[in-house]
Design a protein around this ligand. Structure first.
Ligand SMILES: C[S@@+](CC[C@H](N)C(=O)[O-])C[C@H]1O[C@@H](n2cnc3c(N)ncnc32)[C@H](O)[C@@H]1O
Length: 250
């Protein structure tokens, strides 16, 4: 008889197991799926181009985010991590896929840029008692969050709580409802045991989920033409939040 659940993490892992490894793209079991995705570098995938997100460039250009320690969650072939490192950040970057990490490391070597790339699950690697402790002045996520099943938002918020410095920024890009991703209600992903290629979000949902943080900017990503040195796809939301400093003790 199995009576294994004692902690929240036990319950989260039970929910993880409801999703077949080949039906989702985010657990450690999904690394082979992503490796296959990254195997052919010549495919016309927008984020295969070595260009940073237009919103990230804009945060830096406007001084909304300034250099410090950064963490790129689900960094893929490293285009945003490399831009941050080139802009003076000390960067840790994590991805499940060894193929993506090898690609990112090759790009870093070619550019002569220093990024600490780590292969693994962000939830295993980031935290006070883990390999990547932070605190980070910027946690950046381009396209990883929307591949997480609903219950892993709990882990995600825990990660931000543990690793984001007071006064630090969290920014993400994710599928915009009406443009890309599945709009099924949370419960249906468990019924179907699939994530249907990723979850769509509304601005209201993002505001609710990240309501412990202060919103700085939430807008659609600009549609950048192919010749632009920045990546911009209008089917994504871009959001920048700040973790407020604790009020000084009186
Ligand atoms: C849509 S891709 C985006 C890649 C990259 N951020 C970019 O924009 O170029 C999502 C990435 O998230 C990674 N990923 C998904 N779940 C993860 C997890 N739990 N831990 C680490 N990486 C994860 C995948 O391996 C994949 O490379």
């Amino acid at each position: 008889m199995d009576r294994d659940i004692r902690t929240v993490e036990d319950a989260l892992r039970l929910l993880d197991d409801l999703f077949a490894p080949d039906a989702d793209r985010w657990t450690a079991d999904a690394a082979p799926w992503w490796d296959g995705f990254y195997a052919d570098r010549s495919r016309p995938v927008p984020f295969f181009e070595p260009k940073p997100d237009e919103n990230l460039v804009s945060y830096l250009d406007r001084g909304l985010v300034t250099a410090g320690r950064a963490l790129d969650l689900g960094c893929g072939p490293g285009r945003n991590a490399l831009h941050l490192a080139s802009s003076g950040f000390e960067v840790d970057a994590v991805d499940l896929s060894p193929t993506a990490i090898a690609w990112a490391e090759g790009r870093a070597r070619d550019l002569g840029v220093d990024v600490r790339f780590r292969r693994g699950d962000v939830f295993d690697l980031v935290g006070a008692d883990r390999a990547l402790t932070g605190p980070y002045d910027l946690i950046y996520d381009s396209g990883c969050f929307h591949h997480l099943p609903p219950h892993r938002r709990i882990s995600y918020l825990g990660l931000l709580d543990r690793a984001l410095a007071p006064g630090g920024h969290f920014a993400l890009t994710c599928f915009a409802a009406g443009a890309m991703g599945s709009e099924l209600p949370d419960r249906d992903f468990y019924r179907d045991a699939r994530l249907h290629g990723g979850l769509a979000y509304t601005p209201e949902a993002l505001r609710r989920i990240f309501s412990d943080l202060t919103e700085i900017e939430l807008r659609r990503m600009r549609d950048e033409p192919p010749e632009c040195p920045r990546m911009g796809e209008p089917f994504l939301w871009t959001a920048l939040f700040r973790r407020d400093r604790l009020p000084a003790a009186s």
